[in-house]
Design a protein around this ligand. Sequence first.
Ligand code: GLN
Ligand code: ZN
Length: 710
Amino acid sequence: MTDDFPKSTVLGYPRIGPQRELKRALEGYWAGRIDRDALAATGRQLRAETWRRLAELGLEGLPSNTFSLYDHVLDAAVAVDAVPDRFRDAADPYFAMARGTDDVPALRMTKWFDTNYHYIVPEIGPKTRFRPVPDKMLDEVHEARTLGHETRPVLVGPVTFLHGHLGRLDDLLDVYGELLRSLADAGVEWVQLDEPVAVVDGGAPAIRHAYRRLAALQRRPKLLVASYFGRAEDALPALAVAPVDGVAIDLTHGVPENLQLFAGRTIVGGVVSGRNVWRTDFDAARALLAAAGATSVSTSCSLLHVPYTLRGESGLPDGLAFAEEKVAEVVALAALGSKPGPLPTRPLPTRALDMDTRRPYAERVAAQADLGLPPLPVTTIGSFPQTGELRKARTSLSQASAGQSQTPPGHGSFGQAEYEARIEAEIARVIGEQEALGLDVLVHGEPERNDMVQYFAEHLDGFAVSRNGWVQSYGSRCTRPPILHGDVRRRGPITVRWAKFAQSLTARPVKGMLTGPVTIVAWSFVRPDRALPDVTLQVAEAVREEVRDLEAAGIRIIQVDEPALRELLPLDRRRQEEYLQWAVAAYRRATGGAADGTQIHTHLCYSEASAVLEAIDALDADVTSIEAARSGFAITAFARGIGPGVYDIHSPRIPDRDEIAGRLRAALRVIPAERLWVNPDCGLKTRTYDEVRAALANVVAAAHAARESL
Ligand code: GLN
Ligand code: ZN
């Protein structure tokens, strides 16, 4: 029975909309401009359009339930009714869990494995009552049928869903059993259960147990278990004895040696990468499919992580494939068509990893004493609210400037002077706001940046930027990851002009704001023939030059953000040490040229930072700000300055003064006052000025009170 699974499929598809229609609908709904029905209608249209397009491209196996209004893991929580009681009375419990309300903070959010996609972490406790709620899955199946498509619902698998709460596995499996029965009753032939946790060490026993039970169900669709983002060797024997009907394997990480355990069953070979934007080398892909004994062709993971299409783009390098083009590749490979050959390779020379060393922290502290900072200095992470007007000004400017990828936006083009005047006005406003609020270390607010990575990519050689290559980051938020295809070089100072202007307006120190080399690389699509360590060191060199120029312009505090440090950490433990070594070396190359008297800050967020604490220490920054309020990061002793975030900026909720004071007291139990900084979890660009003013006023008040009781 290996011939009944469609010959070609994808594990999932982007859902934000080719023109970000979902983003606009969501934001309209949250702002009260449209109602729930209008939002639902947008969702319906996007699903219909996706199925239509996939079918038109010749794809045989269409997935459903890969659409989500916010997040597919949150959808899975709803499907098993794992809705904490405190959200049940909210006007809209789904978005209350995702974003919080005035009364309740949102659920935790963190990165989906080693991607830049953020999911809502289900809150599971001993008392969580699971109950089957198959409505969304069934609705999508029926909706597709009325459009003439038979689909394969996709659901996060039970082991990945529980991640860490395996004590509840049996209760959850009862409910998955009922969900599967509902799907079978609806005539669904195959269901896809996503278990990326299968590539992480130690997942096998739970997988064996779960799939033995699910496979033994009397009434269920055929089970396709999908593993991705790494090699599933350890989990395959567990799945083979289960016995599930098929597996989808990420072959971009190689062919698992024990895949022959599935001989005679469906093996869906994921050879078209869902993680990069380069076209597939068909010969190599065919060899992988043959070695794997694959019976169907697919993407390595969901295409959620790549933009929709190259149609409408211009000026991008050759050899690219976005989601639609990847679907065409899957179809061509399944039809045994021949086409693209390998990309011509142009690897970079490998460079030695010398660790740049600054003078010891204690000596630097002395050299920085003249900054004259009070104890528990209050600062922010960099960005201030980006108003609609600012965005419009930037867009009209970049439209006016020709050849997006060649010229930095606006250079020499019409409107440049006016644009710069607007940015300066915005900087002046941000400086004024911060002085009025009583912050100690100010920022210029990043009004000139569309995005912390894209902005730098646009000012460096070696990167191309797409017009419409949006990728969902979380909820309605998207980024347009730059495409790193050539040698990276800084054309000239990038941020200096704005930092200098900001500093000229105030007597308080203004923090220069740069994105670190690891994050620039992590949030770009890097040519597959370029080794990450080498590329990252090239970027580090450019950042180092910028640090030097900021210093020369009189900037005494420079923050080099590395929010992606944790994200690039390989899931495979055996490869982690090597990664951390080059990542830390790149950061130190970027910052190690700074004078003793220059205070280097870094910032990390969204991540379970505890996993990389040693590496954070090795970055040797003078001050580290780190997300703590939302991710529940437990503050531990730290040898340098540290600012554990005192409130979650991802939610519109305003933290009150007592709550912040409580966090400061807790931090002071582990961190000596002279090393504790006070700051939010992350940048403020997604918030409104009203929210920011209210929240920061409470932060400053709490810090002042804490200062007095020192
Ligand atoms: N400096 C950036 C900002 O404030 C940092 C953003 C981030 O960590 N993702 O927006
Ligand atoms: Zn952050």
